[in-house]
Design a protein around this ligand. Sequence first.
Ligand SMILES: [Zn+2]
Ligand SMILES: [Zn+2]
Length: 443
Amino acid sequence: MSAVNWATTSPPPSVPPDVAAAGADDALHEAGTGSWVDLFRDLHANPELSMHEHRTATRLAETLRAAGLDVTEGVGATGLVGVLRNGDGPVVMLRGDMDALPIKEETDLPYRSEASGVLPSGTSVPVMHACGHDMHVTCLAATAQALAQARDAWSGTLLIVGQPGEETFQGAKAMLDDGLFTRFPKPDVALGQHVMPAPAGYVLHRAGAIMAATASVDITIHGRGGHGSQPASCVDPVTTAAYFVTRVQAVVARETPSFDPVVVTPGMFHAGTKANIIPDQAVVTLNVRAMSDAALDRALAAVRRIAEAECAAAGSPRPPEFEMFAQGPATVNDDRLVGGLAAAHTALPGATVTQLPSPFMGSEDFSEYGLPRDRYHGDAVPYAFWMWGGADGDRYPNFQPTDVQSGESDIPGNHTTRFELDAEPTIAIGNRLLTTSALSYLA
Ligand SMILES: [Zn+2]
Ligand SMILES: [Zn+2]
């Protein structure tokens, strides 16, 4: 595997650090073996839903305290913050998200999840780490320990953030609202990484926008229910909602410029209880994504207009209701940071660094940490976010980096029942990526 040339218009912020010379070699060598694989398997077998990451946070807190960090739990509900003050220098924030998904795991892993959880609706669901946040927590713990052991080699402050509720876009906001940047040292730079369906060793960077802005919306479509034998005396919300779901695809097909991608996905459609009952209402839940706030606002306005028009066309007794949730801005990397980090990562043994040709339409609330907001005290925090592969490369010998975005990969993707990480190499490279990145600013 050869590294792809990284073109950048800005110089790296520092020379890629020689991590071994920095004295962290023993700690880094430990990555991918023994205790970190055990921690990963334990987290994988015990996933928790968003904002309920009690056990996960406790496990992370234990490892951070053992490494000598000053740990505060319960920041933004189940979030936690670890601080390692080590002399003068920048404050570098490393963030890992901790939550799992309401998915029934179907891997053959001996440590697969049998766990269940309860959604806010009260529904009991199976729970699975199908987005790799168990890996993120493991690498955060391993990196904290490596940097603590190598503290003679760097100077500054390390801020470790174990974030809850990424999948619901609640966690970053909750931690910021609970004083992440006021009760603790405000970072000069924030760094984060995410596993993706590529063989372990692949590292994907992108300057500028790397992930989309997103918003979800519950749309309640009102009808007038009655006996299924008498549709003429009713207003059928199921038919109205079905027309809406079909028509709303035109937002992408006919209203969106082809150079400015938008995704509109009706992920949920709930109505009715019995074949011969016309219900009073139907609820369609949409997820909308775009690469800018302006494009997202334009798409959401179109969604609203079409829902209102379909309800008017059907003779609904009242207009539809809209409830927005899980909103977040696009993740837009600082170009200068990405240039430096990609260069540092390219120098790591076993890493194949590639530039993403276009952003992912996935989303991340990591972007919240970089928003310029007065309520979070002052200037925006520059950040960089990258992806790294976690699959067993031997099982996917024909993988090409372009497969990640073309949809042609046969590696089970994030949020699927068979999403599976090859623990040892993924921890090893994930830890090195994160440690090297932190040392790029601290060393
Ligand atoms: Zn996810
Ligand atoms: Zn994720």
